[in-house]
Design a protein around this ligand. Sequence first.
Ligand SMILES: C[S@@+](CC[C@H](N)C(=O)[O-])C[C@H]1O[C@@H](n2cnc3c(N)ncnc32)[C@H](O)[C@@H]1O
Length: 271
Amino acid sequence: MTDQDFDFIRNLVRERSAIVLEDGKQYLVESRVGPIVEELGLGAIGGLVNLLREPSSIGLQQRVIEAMVTTETTFFRDVHPFETLRKTVIPELVRKRQGERRLNIWCAACSTGQEPYSLALLFRDHFADLAGWKINILATDLSRDVLARAKAGRYNQIEVNRGLPASLLVKHFRQHGTSWQLHDDVRGMVDFEEMNLIRAWPPLPRMDLVFLRNVMIYFDVETKKSILGRMARILQPDGYMILGGAETTHNLDGSYQRVEHLKTGFYQLIG
Ligand SMILES: C[S@@+](CC[C@H](N)C(=O)[O-])C[C@H]1O[C@@H](n2cnc3c(N)ncnc32)[C@H](O)[C@@H]1O
Protein backbone atom coordinates (compact mmCIF):
# COMPACT_ATOMS: atom_id res chain seq x y z
CA MET A 1 0.00 0.00 0.00
CA THR A 2 1.36 3.44 -0.87
CA ASP A 3 1.61 6.20 1.76
CA GLN A 4 -1.01 8.16 -0.20
CA ASP A 5 -3.46 5.25 -0.13
CA PHE A 6 -2.91 4.81 3.61
CA ASP A 7 -3.43 8.53 4.22
CA PHE A 8 -6.60 8.55 2.14
CA ILE A 9 -8.10 5.67 4.11
CA ARG A 10 -7.08 6.95 7.51
CA ASN A 11 -8.48 10.42 6.72
CA LEU A 12 -11.74 8.87 5.60
CA VAL A 13 -11.98 6.75 8.75
CA ARG A 14 -11.14 9.68 11.00
CA GLU A 15 -13.62 12.01 9.34
CA ARG A 16 -16.47 9.53 9.43
CA SER A 17 -15.91 7.74 12.75
CA ALA A 18 -13.29 9.78 14.68
CA ILE A 19 -11.13 6.66 14.91
CA VAL A 20 -7.46 7.58 14.73
CA LEU A 21 -5.15 5.25 12.79
CA GLU A 22 -1.60 5.98 13.88
CA ASP A 23 1.45 5.77 11.62
CA GLY A 24 2.47 2.17 11.17
CA LYS A 25 -1.11 0.85 11.07
CA GLN A 26 -0.86 -0.01 7.36
CA TYR A 27 -0.96 -3.70 8.26
CA LEU A 28 -4.33 -3.18 9.97
CA VAL A 29 -5.79 -1.44 6.91
CA GLU A 30 -4.43 -4.17 4.65
CA SER A 31 -5.86 -6.99 6.73
CA ARG A 32 -9.27 -5.38 7.22
CA VAL A 33 -9.99 -3.94 3.78
CA GLY A 34 -8.13 -6.72 1.93
CA PRO A 35 -11.28 -8.89 1.72
CA ILE A 36 -13.21 -5.98 0.10
CA VAL A 37 -10.42 -5.49 -2.45
CA GLU A 38 -10.51 -9.20 -3.22
CA GLU A 39 -14.29 -9.43 -3.42
CA LEU A 40 -14.46 -6.52 -5.87
CA GLY A 41 -11.57 -7.96 -7.93
CA LEU A 42 -9.56 -4.75 -7.58
CA GLY A 43 -6.12 -6.34 -7.33
CA ALA A 44 -4.70 -3.82 -4.84
CA ILE A 45 -5.78 -1.24 -2.28
CA GLY A 46 -4.95 1.52 -4.81
CA GLY A 47 -7.89 0.33 -6.92
CA LEU A 48 -10.19 0.58 -3.90
CA VAL A 49 -8.96 4.09 -3.10
CA ASN A 50 -9.71 5.15 -6.69
CA LEU A 51 -13.29 3.97 -6.24
CA LEU A 52 -13.57 5.62 -2.82
CA ARG A 53 -12.58 8.97 -4.34
CA GLU A 54 -15.72 8.96 -6.50
CA PRO A 55 -18.60 11.03 -5.07
CA SER A 56 -21.02 8.14 -5.64
CA SER A 57 -19.04 5.82 -3.35
CA ILE A 58 -20.89 6.58 -0.09
CA GLY A 59 -22.00 2.96 0.31
CA LEU A 60 -18.48 1.67 -0.29
CA GLN A 61 -17.08 4.24 2.14
CA GLN A 62 -19.46 2.99 4.82
CA ARG A 63 -18.28 -0.57 4.13
CA VAL A 64 -14.65 0.41 4.52
CA ILE A 65 -15.36 2.25 7.78
CA GLU A 66 -17.28 -0.72 9.13
CA ALA A 67 -14.36 -2.97 8.16
CA MET A 68 -11.95 -0.71 10.03
CA VAL A 69 -13.77 -0.44 13.38
CA THR A 70 -12.78 -2.78 16.18
CA THR A 71 -15.91 -4.58 17.32
CA GLU A 72 -14.39 -6.79 20.01
CA THR A 73 -16.92 -7.47 22.76
CA THR A 74 -18.08 -10.26 25.06
CA PHE A 75 -21.00 -11.09 27.31
CA PHE A 76 -20.55 -9.60 30.81
CA ARG A 77 -17.27 -8.05 29.69
CA ASP A 78 -14.84 -7.49 32.59
CA VAL A 79 -17.37 -9.14 34.95
CA HIS A 80 -17.02 -6.63 37.81
CA PRO A 81 -19.08 -3.80 36.23
CA PHE A 82 -22.04 -6.17 36.05
CA GLU A 83 -21.44 -7.40 39.61
CA THR A 84 -21.37 -3.79 40.78
CA LEU A 85 -24.52 -3.00 38.85
CA ARG A 86 -26.31 -5.97 40.39
CA LYS A 87 -25.18 -5.44 43.96
CA THR A 88 -25.02 -1.67 44.27
CA VAL A 89 -25.94 0.58 41.37
CA ILE A 90 -29.22 -0.88 40.13
CA PRO A 91 -30.67 -1.34 43.66
CA GLU A 92 -29.77 2.31 44.39
CA LEU A 93 -31.38 3.59 41.16
CA VAL A 94 -34.45 1.45 41.81
CA ARG A 95 -34.81 3.03 45.27
CA LYS A 96 -34.51 6.51 43.79
CA ARG A 97 -36.92 5.94 40.89
CA GLN A 98 -39.81 4.39 42.86
CA GLY A 99 -41.95 7.38 41.77
CA GLU A 100 -41.37 7.10 38.00
CA ARG A 101 -40.90 3.32 37.94
CA ARG A 102 -38.73 3.77 34.85
CA LEU A 103 -35.04 3.42 34.06
CA ASN A 104 -33.42 4.80 30.89
CA ILE A 105 -30.23 3.03 29.89
CA TRP A 106 -27.99 3.62 26.88
CA CYS A 107 -25.20 1.41 25.51
CA ALA A 108 -23.52 3.96 23.27
CA ALA A 109 -21.26 1.68 21.20
CA CYS A 110 -22.91 -1.70 21.53
CA SER A 111 -21.13 -3.69 18.78
CA THR A 112 -22.84 -7.07 18.23
CA GLY A 113 -25.11 -6.71 21.26
CA GLN A 114 -23.45 -8.76 24.00
CA GLU A 115 -23.23 -5.70 26.29
CA PRO A 116 -26.90 -4.60 26.20
CA TYR A 117 -28.08 -8.22 26.28
CA SER A 118 -25.90 -8.88 29.35
CA LEU A 119 -27.72 -6.04 31.01
CA ALA A 120 -31.12 -7.31 29.86
CA LEU A 121 -30.23 -10.75 31.28
CA LEU A 122 -29.21 -9.13 34.55
CA PHE A 123 -32.61 -7.46 34.86
CA ARG A 124 -34.45 -10.63 33.82
CA ASP A 125 -32.71 -12.85 36.35
CA HIS A 126 -32.05 -10.58 39.32
CA PHE A 127 -34.72 -7.89 39.24
CA ALA A 128 -37.84 -9.86 38.42
CA ASP A 129 -39.76 -7.74 40.94
CA LEU A 130 -39.44 -4.79 38.51
CA ALA A 131 -42.02 -6.39 36.21
CA GLY A 132 -44.26 -3.31 36.38
CA TRP A 133 -41.40 -0.96 35.52
CA LYS A 134 -40.29 0.40 32.15
CA ILE A 135 -36.69 -0.64 31.66
CA ASN A 136 -35.69 1.13 28.44
CA ILE A 137 -32.41 -0.18 27.06
CA LEU A 138 -31.23 1.73 23.98
CA ALA A 139 -28.20 0.29 22.18
CA THR A 140 -26.50 2.22 19.39
CA ASP A 141 -23.51 1.87 17.09
CA LEU A 142 -22.34 3.41 13.84
CA SER A 143 -21.90 0.05 12.12
CA ARG A 144 -24.97 -1.33 10.33
CA ASP A 145 -23.26 -4.68 10.09
CA VAL A 146 -22.86 -5.15 13.86
CA LEU A 147 -26.34 -3.75 14.49
CA ALA A 148 -27.90 -6.32 12.16
CA ARG A 149 -26.09 -9.07 14.02
CA ALA A 150 -27.05 -7.59 17.38
CA LYS A 151 -30.73 -7.39 16.46
CA ALA A 152 -30.71 -11.01 15.30
CA GLY A 153 -29.47 -12.10 18.74
CA ARG A 154 -27.82 -15.18 17.26
CA TYR A 155 -24.31 -16.12 18.41
CA ASN A 156 -21.84 -18.84 17.53
CA GLN A 157 -20.30 -21.25 20.02
CA ILE A 158 -17.16 -19.15 20.50
CA GLU A 159 -19.20 -16.03 21.23
CA VAL A 160 -21.40 -17.71 23.84
CA ASN A 161 -18.34 -19.33 25.41
CA ARG A 162 -16.95 -15.86 26.09
CA GLY A 163 -18.42 -14.57 29.33
CA LEU A 164 -21.87 -16.13 29.29
CA PRO A 165 -22.46 -18.52 32.22
CA ALA A 166 -23.70 -21.94 31.07
CA SER A 167 -26.81 -21.57 33.23
CA LEU A 168 -27.85 -18.42 31.31
CA LEU A 169 -27.08 -20.05 27.98
CA VAL A 170 -29.34 -22.97 28.73
CA LYS A 171 -32.09 -20.81 30.17
CA HIS A 172 -32.27 -17.99 27.63
CA PHE A 173 -30.98 -19.40 24.31
CA ARG A 174 -32.18 -22.04 21.87
CA GLN A 175 -29.60 -24.06 19.95
CA HIS A 176 -29.78 -23.96 16.14
CA GLY A 177 -27.11 -26.23 14.69
CA THR A 178 -23.85 -24.54 15.56
CA SER A 179 -25.38 -21.28 16.77
CA TRP A 180 -27.47 -20.09 19.69
CA GLN A 181 -30.58 -17.91 19.40
CA LEU A 182 -31.46 -15.57 22.26
CA HIS A 183 -35.11 -15.89 23.30
CA ASP A 184 -37.43 -13.14 22.07
CA ASP A 185 -38.43 -11.98 25.56
CA VAL A 186 -34.83 -10.87 26.26
CA ARG A 187 -34.19 -9.70 22.69
CA GLY A 188 -37.27 -7.50 22.89
CA MET A 189 -35.90 -5.66 25.93
CA VAL A 190 -33.28 -3.85 23.80
CA ASP A 191 -33.89 -1.23 21.07
CA PHE A 192 -31.07 -1.05 18.57
CA GLU A 193 -30.50 2.15 16.55
CA GLU A 194 -27.79 3.38 14.22
CA MET A 195 -25.99 6.35 15.72
CA ASN A 196 -22.61 7.95 15.12
CA LEU A 197 -21.30 9.53 18.33
CA ILE A 198 -19.45 12.26 16.45
CA ARG A 199 -22.54 13.45 14.56
CA ALA A 200 -25.60 15.23 15.95
CA TRP A 201 -27.41 13.04 18.49
CA PRO A 202 -31.16 12.49 18.14
CA PRO A 203 -33.34 13.66 21.03
CA LEU A 204 -32.65 11.31 23.93
CA PRO A 205 -34.27 11.03 27.35
CA ARG A 206 -32.17 11.82 30.42
CA MET A 207 -30.22 8.64 31.09
CA ASP A 208 -29.93 6.85 34.43
CA LEU A 209 -27.15 4.63 33.17
CA VAL A 210 -24.80 5.03 30.20
CA PHE A 211 -22.34 2.43 28.95
CA LEU A 212 -19.62 4.18 26.98
CA ARG A 213 -17.09 1.40 27.04
CA ASN A 214 -14.13 0.69 24.82
CA VAL A 215 -14.92 3.21 22.13
CA MET A 216 -13.30 6.49 23.28
CA ILE A 217 -9.91 4.75 23.36
CA TYR A 218 -9.90 5.01 19.56
CA PHE A 219 -10.62 8.77 19.50
CA ASP A 220 -8.44 11.88 19.76
CA VAL A 221 -8.61 14.18 22.79
CA GLU A 222 -10.93 16.77 21.20
CA THR A 223 -13.44 14.11 20.21
CA LYS A 224 -13.38 12.58 23.70
CA LYS A 225 -14.00 16.02 25.22
CA SER A 226 -16.88 16.75 22.89
CA ILE A 227 -18.58 13.40 23.58
CA LEU A 228 -18.11 13.65 27.36
CA GLY A 229 -19.50 17.20 27.28
CA ARG A 230 -22.63 16.09 25.45
CA MET A 231 -22.97 13.04 27.68
CA ALA A 232 -22.93 15.27 30.77
CA ARG A 233 -26.02 17.04 29.46
CA ILE A 234 -28.09 13.90 29.05
CA LEU A 235 -26.95 11.98 32.14
CA GLN A 236 -29.28 12.30 35.14
CA PRO A 237 -27.60 14.26 37.96
CA ASP A 238 -27.56 11.06 40.03
CA GLY A 239 -27.04 8.73 37.06
CA TYR A 240 -23.96 6.66 36.29
CA MET A 241 -21.69 6.47 33.27
CA ILE A 242 -19.53 3.38 32.85
CA LEU A 243 -16.29 3.57 30.89
CA GLY A 244 -13.98 0.77 29.74
CA GLY A 245 -11.01 -0.33 31.83
CA ALA A 246 -8.53 1.78 29.82
CA GLU A 247 -10.72 4.90 29.70
CA THR A 248 -11.13 7.90 31.99
CA THR A 249 -12.62 11.41 32.13
CA HIS A 250 -9.45 12.64 33.86
CA ASN A 251 -7.93 15.67 32.10
CA LEU A 252 -10.81 15.63 29.63
CA ASP A 253 -13.94 16.84 31.41
CA GLY A 254 -14.08 18.26 34.94
CA SER A 255 -17.82 17.69 35.38
CA TYR A 256 -17.37 14.02 36.27
CA GLN A 257 -15.90 12.22 39.24
CA ARG A 258 -14.96 8.60 39.50
CA VAL A 259 -17.07 6.86 42.09
CA GLU A 260 -14.39 5.87 44.54
CA HIS A 261 -16.20 3.19 46.49
CA LEU A 262 -17.04 1.27 43.32
CA LYS A 263 -14.53 -0.66 41.27
CA THR A 264 -13.01 1.21 38.31
CA GLY A 265 -15.14 2.48 35.49
CA PHE A 266 -18.10 4.14 37.26
CA TYR A 267 -18.49 7.92 36.93
CA GLN A 268 -21.02 10.44 38.18
CA LEU A 269 -21.55 14.14 37.60
CA ILE A 270 -20.09 16.36 40.30
CA GLY A 271 -22.97 17.72 42.42
C1 LIG B 1 -14.60 -2.39 20.83
S1 LIG B 1 -16.30 -2.22 20.49
C2 LIG B 1 -16.95 -1.99 22.14
C3 LIG B 1 -18.24 -2.74 22.35
C4 LIG B 1 -18.77 -2.69 23.79
N1 LIG B 1 -19.05 -1.35 24.21
C5 LIG B 1 -17.80 -3.34 24.74
O1 LIG B 1 -17.16 -2.65 25.51
O2 LIG B 1 -17.69 -4.57 24.74
C6 LIG B 1 -16.33 -0.56 19.81
C7 LIG B 1 -17.61 -0.24 19.04
O3 LIG B 1 -17.65 1.18 18.83
C8 LIG B 1 -18.24 1.43 17.58
N2 LIG B 1 -17.86 2.79 17.15
C9 LIG B 1 -16.65 3.22 16.72
N3 LIG B 1 -16.70 4.52 16.40
C10 LIG B 1 -17.96 4.93 16.66
C11 LIG B 1 -18.64 6.17 16.52
N4 LIG B 1 -18.02 7.27 16.06
N5 LIG B 1 -19.95 6.21 16.87
C12 LIG B 1 -20.60 5.11 17.33
N6 LIG B 1 -20.02 3.91 17.46
C13 LIG B 1 -18.72 3.82 17.13
C14 LIG B 1 -17.71 0.32 16.69
O4 LIG B 1 -18.53 0.12 15.56
C15 LIG B 1 -17.67 -0.87 17.64
O5 LIG B 1 -18.82 -1.66 17.52
